[in-house]
Design a protein. Sequence first.
Length: 137
Amino acid sequence: MKKILLPILTLGILAGATWYLIKMRPAPEARSVVKKIPFVEVISAQIQPLHSRVRTHGTIRPRTKTTLIAEVPGIIEKVAPFGEEPDSKTSFRTGGFFRKGDFLLKIEDIDLRTMEAEAKASLSRVELQLIQERELA
């Protein structure tokens, strides 16, 4: 019986003391609230050039790196963009963009025409030799 009565009595005394302390506290005093108006300065924005300098260091690397290999020998005459296409966005320059089929370089065709003429002369020579061999046979 003491085990049940003692905790209940203790809780009752603590509840009464808590109630007494809550009732005894002083009521808060009412104060008037003073509104603070912030000081704001207004200026008109003017458009003017702004020069800024940024000093950096590092290495810039391209996202894609390619090697251009010509299939025919010759001297490069022009590099894209050519003079005939003033508004062309393709460019064979650093940072330039191009698509499949775009002209990047124009190579002199003198060497190619010379090689073609030599091949035709060689073919004619061999055909003549074939005719001679048939006649001898």
